[in-house]
Design a protein around this ligand. Structure first.
Ligand code: PLP
Length: 405
């Protein structure tokens, strides 16, 4: 078992300084930092076996194709999908949801059909469905949340009906950190044979997932949020669904036979992977999974629970700080405002102290509207953060209050 210092040493950026101050990185919800193992893997691909996948008969192409397919198998195992063919690589969560909304929409959505999302969604799980609704004349229905940002399940049960074609909800609110009752949501949808898409962009980093145990029909996430490279993501879909869906892009590598009269498509998952995929990042993502598994999910989860408890205690103890999304089911993310001080001022002063937080709507305007605010300051922690960093955040917030009083 590694010590926290050893873990931190695995992430070179954590030893750097900003404005001459040690970096305290609390923006893991936006993107996580990368361990040396991932950085080295990318380096290894480009230095040793860079060749376009599934194309050549030469050694470099063979090696990169092999590593790419090993990466697919690692994703399968990490989320416990049944088959490798159910794992489609994309550019990220946004890419995955857009692909699904287009493809599922083409096949299954007609005028007046309904699609259910929740108030908590990131724009990536709202806008593609709205675009589909505009194209098809279908309707978006929204599950409300209470004042703490918790899903009101009774209202969801009222929304779901014979016209519902898909339920698309996030596993965890990126803006507030509140965990969504995806099990109950899935069970209710399945009782009416309606598929569910779970946006795992935030969930995968903290809560992990077992798509088979949870019986999700579709699960999407981005590599960069789980210590992997940017530009790679995953669309998991049960084979029974993916095999029914049409491709969302046409091009090289996704076809079986092309003539000017007719084109037939390749088998799963390649029919959804047109063009040159981001194979170096897929291979890097597999290295990120290996790293996470070497640290252990139990360790990660207990460390993050401790950070959440401690940070909540520290922030709650500061007069004028108001936390949004107070719930006993949360990941290690805290959204707050300081009474009378603009979030951007808070963020800017903290930045000058070397503390990186996110300010704004977090690409989740509807939930900010529901809370009656323009945005928040968001502290998103992960297992490489420490209590000492939280102490520094507390001191930093006191400084902000002093400066603006
Ligand atoms: N969904 C959620 C819940 C997110 O938190 C994010 C990013 O913050 C996204 C979707 C979009 O992810 P990406 O920008 O990696 O596609």
């Amino acid at each position: 078992m590694k010590t926290i210092s050893e873990i931190r040493a695995d992430f070179p950026i954590l030893a750097t300084k900003v404005y001459g101050k040690p970096l305290i990185y609390f923006d893991n919800g936006a993107t996580s930092q990368k361990p040396e193992a991932v950085i080295n893997k990318l380096n290894e691909v480009y230095r040793n076996y860079n060749g376009n996948i599934h194309r050549g008969v030469h050694a470099l192409s063979d090696k990169s194709s092999e590593e790419y397919e090993i990466a697919r198998e690692k994703v399968r195992s990490f989320i416990n999908a049944e088959k490798k063919e159910e794992i489609v690589f994309t550019s990220g969560t946004t890419g995955s949801i857009n692909a699904l909304a287009f493809s599922f929409g083409e096949r299954f959505i007609n005028k007046d059909d309904e699609i259910i999302v929740s108030t908590l969604e990131h724009h990536a799980n709202i806008v593609p469905w709205q675009m589909l609704c505009e194209r098809k004349g279908s309707k978006l229905k929204v599950i409300p949340v209470n004042d703490n940002g918790e899903i009101i399940l009774e209202e969801y049960y009222k929304l779901i009906n014979q016209k519902t074609r898909i339920v698309a909800v996030t596993q965890v609110s990126n803006a507030l950190g509140v965990i969504v009752p995806v099990k109950e949501i899935t069970e209710a949808a399945h009782s009416m044979n309606i598929p569910v898409l779970i946006d795992g962009a935030q969930g995968i980093q903290h809560a992990g997932t077992d798509v088979r145990e949870s019986d999700f029909d579709f699960y999407v996430f981005s590599g960069h949020k789980i210590y992997g490279p940017a530009g790679i993501g995953v669309l998991y879909g049960k084979e029974k669904w993916l095999s029914e869906l049409p491709p969302y892009q046409g091009g090289g590598d996704m076809v079986d036979k092309v003539t000017f009269e007719k084109t037939t498509y390749g088998a799963l998952p390649l029919k959804f992977e047109a063009g040159t995929m981001n194979y170096p990042s897929a291979i890097g993502l597999a290295a990120a999974f290996d790293y996470v598994l070497s640290i252990g999910r139990e360790y990660i989860s207990s460390q993050e629970k401790d950070l959440l408890t401690y940070a909540t205690e520290i922030l709650s103890g500061i007069r004028r700080v108001k936390i949004f999304g107070k719930s006993d089911k949360k990941i290690s993310t805290i959204s707050f405002l300081i009474d009378g001080i603009h979030m951007y001022d808070t963020g800017m002063v903290l930045d000058k102290l070397g503390i990186a937080v996110r300010t704004g709507t977090h690409c989740a305007q509807p939930v900010m509207d529901r809370m009656g605010i323009d945005g928040t300051v968001r502290v998103s922690m992960c297992f490489y953060n420490t209590r000492e960093e939280i102490d520094a955040l507390g001191t930093g917030i006191e400084k902000v209050i002093q400066m603006f009083s």
